[in-house]
Design a protein around this ligand. Structure first.
Ligand code: HEM
Length: 247
């Protein structure tokens, strides 16, 4: 089933009878499959709550204002070559000195594409960091870079960076869809975030990119049982890079 309306998407995301499609639990220790079986993102019930709490605790040790300042400085230092900056800054704040393995591990993380490259990258990260830090780095990587890329497409001179980011998240989200399994029927449900964020019942003139909307109830950071625990961190990293790039 495909869900495109905002109200229906919110209802599914807030209903514990809908769970992330289960991932295999029999991966060899230290592989991508094993990692996916350990993390909050693909767990349910008490196991999800406990794992999520650990991540939230870790996130409280990170100051979004410091992430933003570090991302701005690092972007300027790299002479506008901003890719990798959000991950390097987040990694440094989490005590992870080398984040070069993150893109290869992240490539398989969300959809479970198990490759020798992804397994090698996960093994490398496990040498350098604990599980909560690895989870945060892998979750944040593609979405944060995708947000910056999209915001740069929409940026106009003199834009307020927060307003630009909020409207980019709504109108041109870096994450296009999320999936759930209906535990009563076994049916898979896809929530189309692009469509839900353009629901005319919620957003007037929804197709128009209009940074003056400010904060809106878009669903790009998720909603309900398991929303993104790090929207402030994601926004800080993206804002810092944009400040480093835009005049
Ligand atoms: C623009 C950037 C980001 C976007 C759009 C985004 C979006 C999301 C969404 C939609 C979910 C929920 C998925 C679902 O319900 O199926 C999620 C989960 C998560 N995000 Fe983010 N995220 C971003 C950046 C980050 C960053 C930078 C971090 C880490 C610092 C992070 C950490 C997480 C974690 C750990 C989860 C899993 C939560 C759980 O299992 O309960 N995200 N994110």
């Amino acid at each position: 089933m495909l869900i495109t309306r905002h109200a229906e998407a919110g209802a599914v995301l807030a209903d514990t009878r809908y769970v992330p499609p289960p991932v295999r639990q029999d991966g060899a220790e230290g592989t991508l499959a094993w990692l996916r079986a350990q993390v909050s993102r693909f767990s349910t019930g008490d196991s999800h709550a406990g794992r999520r709490r650990l991540l939230e605790e870790r996130l409280t040790t990170l100051d979004p204002a410091e992430l933003r300042a570090a991302a701005r400085a690092e972007t300027r230092q790299r002479d506008e070559n901003w890719r990798g900056v959000p991950t390097a800054v987040l990694g440094a704040a989490l005590g992870v000195k080398d984040t070069t393995a993150v893109p290869a591990a992240a490539a398989g993380y969300l959809l479970g594409e198990e490759t020798p490259e992804a397994d090698a990258a996960v093994a490398e990260l496990l040498e350098l960091a604990d599980l909560p830090a690895i989870t945060l780095l892998l979750q944040g990587y593609a979405a944060t870079e995708g947000l910056i890329e999209a915001a740069l497409r929409h940026a106009e001179p003199g834009d307020d960076i927060e307003a630009l980011l909020h409207e980019t998240l709504r109108q041109d989200p870096p994450l296009k869809a999320t999936r759930r399994l209906d535990t009563r029927t076994g049916d898979e449900v896809t929530i189309d975030l692009v469509a839900a964020n353009r629901d005319p019942d919620v957003f007037p003139d929804p197709g128009r990119f209009d940074a003056s909307r400010g904060r809106t109830p878009h669903l790009t950071f998720g909603y309900g049982v398991r929303p993104c625990p790090a929207p402030a961190h994601a926004l800080a990293l993206a804002a810092g890079v944009l400040e480093g790039l835009l005049p």
